[in-house]
Design a protein around this ligand. Structure first.
Ligand SMILES: Nc1ncnc2c1ncn2[C@@H]1O[C@H](COP(=O)(O)OP(=O)(O)OP(=O)(O)O)[C@@H](O)[C@H]1O
Ligand SMILES: [Mg+2]
Length: 757
């Protein structure tokens, strides 16, 4: 009987949760701590609407932040109401509004087949416009311009408002970018002409649609009787405005979230929305949940000790009835590779001792490039894993691109590698030219390489010449490969092809991560060649190893796989055993987030999100050294490690490096903070001014030195040029050195090697 089923799911709720489920009418806000059942309330509320109140699923809209979260919610609802759940209007903000925009496109002058521009498309267009308008492309970098336009759109500022209201452009005026408004205008009009919307337009245009077309607004207000939003803390102004408009008539709007888990401020999310919600809906029903059902007491209390350090948060008292559970274990490694090994061993042991399955484990990191060392260690231990959101390291485009070059250098008959690398970065060799080469090779019975080597003979015009240029580039790399080791060769390829430069110029989040990934590949090759036990350090030896690694079964069944992902992707999820890795200063907290208190608090919320994913046991790890820019760099343990109340932590000696620095650790120690501090001061001591210049150190011609270049100084080490001042004999450069800090150098005297330009 129906009532039995109903009772069943209501029994699985505590009193405040049940209130959140059964009081389906009117505005409701649930702001509560991690693991307190917010998503469960939202899910059961939808099920209850359908099952008990017989609401048609077509009348319910539910919004989440990731497709994965939407899928999981739909499955859970299906568990209660059956297949009808398929008809819910449920998905991410972008996907749900893209659907509405397609249906109503003509009202805005678009066709229903409008294109959605991804970030790359947007940036290419901006680059073109900057060029056409004769603006300085150093000042108007595509990513900078796009970020400004995006920020404006997310605050619902149209290009007209932007141009007319100097308040918005003040910042640009002071930054000497007076043309920003004009660029916004041209960009918007060009997108429109191309029948294209970028990601921000999907929200911006939905607002315009609902604002300016009353009949459309009425239609959707009639259609959606209930609106529900998960992870409300991460909505931006534009998303909030759409929700408010849609819910304006019935006001059946239910939002759930946790201000302590707000981690998208850098993309325009605004905690202010939580406060506005109370103002906008005076009849609001506020429900508080404080009991955590997910984690052990140890984990809940440790998480509280971290988040309480933030000043900007609503006070909550999260507690749990669950058992105390194991202490959090701290794993210390000498290097990133060792970190991977120690974690793989720890997982292996936990599996044995606790009869755990692979899918009980998650490894969480701050940036995607950290997955590489983890993946290699897991493979070596035959532990199945999958990398969520973000491809497995060696499957990523930028990695396959660079590897394609390396393969073609080693094997001139590798046609696929040639096809992949020949027009990369773009050098005007189209698919037509490539086909001509392949046809000529068949017709003349010659190897592809022979044909390419004399391309001008077989292909007339520009194409043939371009191919020959590519061939001579490959030849130069082959010479290097014969004389030098895999690292030298790969580094040369990354540099001389322009791949590294192109990625470096891209300052979007995705672009930066692609750049880091290529650096990470170079690091991996460096570790390969630095390995004293290896006799063959050639490029072909390295490629053979990589091929073996990548040939393994990577389509592991999710049931059987360990999950690897960034913390941003892990929002809302839970695992029995969680490893948070790379807890080092400048990595986590990220170097980019150290400049203000607000940014640091956002990083701390991210750490809080990571801790609260764990149900049974949490591991934290850090490495004392990590390969960056092809060198082993000493790292400091993250300040976040010291922020966890030490009574909840023990240092795991078995799974910690026995490096001399850690000799004073006891297995269970309340003094671990002191030990961390010792690691810090030891590091400072160990990395004191002594920089060993690279073997091939030779001062470069610094006349073309520019901001952003990476340089090496024989004494100060590696650094990035931040400012160039004056010209001629007085030309100075300010360089931010990794270890020695900021220095101003007079270029006519300083010996600097340009590592990357
Ligand atoms: N009343 C309850 N009884 C038993 N288990 C519960 C109860 N409420 C929630 N849970 C369980 O606790 C865990 C956390 O719930 P849920 O994911 O809904 O929390 P949340 O508040 O959405 O967490 P987050 O802040 O991480 O998104 C889930 O495994 C859920 O099934
Ligand atoms: Mg949740």
């Amino acid at each position: 009987m129906a009532s039995e089923v109903q009772d069943d799911y209501l029994k699985e709720l505590n009193p405040p949760q049940r209130e959140g489920v059964v009081n389906t009418e009117g505005p409701t806000m649930l702001i509560a701590g991690a693991g307190s059942g917010k998503t469960r309330v939202l899910t059961y509320r939808i099920a209850h609407l359908m099952k008990f109140h017989k609401v048609d699923p077509f009348n319910i809209m539910a919004l989440t932040f990731t497709n994965k979260a939407a899928r999981e919610m739909r499955e859970r609802i299906e568990g209660v109401v059956g297949g009808e759940a398929k008809n819910l209007y449920m998905g991410t903000f972008h996907s749900v509004f893209a659907r509405i925009l397609r249906a109503e496109a003509s009202k805005l002058g678009y066709s229903s087949n409008f294109t959605i521009y991804d970030t790359d498309d947007s940036k290419t267009l901006i680059k073109q416009i900057v060029k056409e308008q004769g603006l300085d492309d150093k000042l108007y970098k595509p990513n900078v311009v796009l970020n400004r336009i995006s920020a404006a759109k997310n605050r619902l500022i149209s290009w007209r408002d932007y141009i007319n209201n100097p308040v918005f452009t003040e910042d640009d005026a002071s930054n000497m970018r007076p043309e920003m408004g004009k660029l916004y205008q041209t960009y918007a009009l060009r997108c429109y002409k191309a029948d294209a919307m970028d990601f921000d337009d999907l929200l911006f245009n939905t607002n315009v649609l609902l604002q300016e077309h009353t009949e459309v607004l009425n239609k959707y207000q009639q259609r959606f009787h209930y609106l529900l939003i998960d992870e409300f803390q991460d909505t931006n102004i534009s998303q909030y405005q759409i929700a408010k408009k849609l819910a304006a008539v019935r006001e059946n709007i239910c939002v759930v979230g946790d201000d302590a888990q707000s981690i998208y401020a850098f993309r325009g999310a605004d905690i202010q929305n939580i406060l506005n919600f109370e103002r906008d809906y005076p009849d609001l029903k506020v429900i508080k949940l404080e009991q955590n059902y997910r984690s052990t007491k140890t984990i809940v209390n440790a998480a509280n000790s971290v988040i309480n350090r933030n000043t900007a948060q609503l006070k909550k008292n999260v507690w749990t009835d669950n058992e105390d559970g194991d202490l959090i274990e701290l794993i210390k490694a000498t290097s990133d590779n060792e970190e991977g090994k120690l974690i793989a061993s720890s997982i292996f042991e936990t599996k044995m001792q606790s009869q755990a399955k692979n899918n009980d484990f998650a490894i969480l990191y701050r940036t995607n490039s950290q997955s590489r060392a983890m993946e290699e260690a897991l493979r070596r231990n035959n532990l199945k894993y999958r990398v969520v959101g973000g491809l497995s390291f060696y499957q990523r485009k930028e990695i396959k691109d660079l590897i394609a070059y390396l393969r073609f250098i080693v094997n001139p008959n590798d046609e696929q590698a040639m096809r992949r690398s020949i027009n990369l970065p773009k050098r005007g060799i189209g698919p037509g030219t490539v086909e001509k080469l392949v046809v000529a090779s068949a017709e003349h019975g010659k190897s592809l390489w022979d044909i390419m080597d004399n391309a001008q003979f077989y292909i007339s015009g520009r194409g043939g010449k371009q191919v020959e240029e590519y061939v001579s580039l490959i030849k130069s790399f082959r010479l290097t490969a014969e004389k030098k080791d895999a690292y030298d060769c790969a580094a040369q390829v990354a540099k001389n092809t322009g791949i590294l430069k192109e990625l470096y110029a891209d300052k979007t989040i995705e672009g930066m991560s692609r750049y880091e990934n290529v650096q990470e590949l170079l690091n991996a090759i460096k570790e390969f060649t630095d390995d004293p036990e290896r006799t063959d350090k050639s490029l072909s030896a390295f490629l053979q190893e990589v091929t073996l690694l990548t040939d393994e079964d990577r389509n592991a069944d999710p049931e059987e796989a360990i999950t690897l992902m960034t913390i941003h992707m892990a929002k809302g999820l839970e695992f029995n055993y969680v490893y948070i890795v790379g807890l080092e200063e400048e990595l986590f907290p990220s170097q980019m987030m150290l400049s203000s208190r607000a940014d640091l608090e956002e990083e701390r919320r991210l750490f809080y999100v990571a801790i609260t994913r764990a149900k049974k046991k949490l591991h934290l790890s850090y490495a004392l050294n990590r390969y960056r820019f092809g060198r082993l760099k000493a790292c400091e343990p993250s300040r976040f490690l010291e922020e966890v109340d030490p009574q909840f932590i023990k240092v795991n000696k078995k799974f910690s490096s026995t490096a001399p620095l850690s000799s004073a650790d006891s297995y269970v120690t309340k003094n671990f903070v002191n030990n961390l501090k010792k690691d810090r001061s030891n590091r400072k001591f160990a990395s004191a001014p002594q920089h060993q210049p690279s073997a091939d150190f030779k001062p470069s011609d610094t006349s073309k030195l520019a901001e952003g270049m990476l340089v090496e100084h024989p004494k100060f080490g590696f650094g990035k040029v931040t400012v160039i001042d004056a010209e001629g004999a007085n030309k100075k450069a300010r360089v931010d050195f990794e270890k020695a800090g900021e220095k101003t150098l007079l270029l006519s005297f300083a010996k600097l090697r340009i590592v990357e330009d």
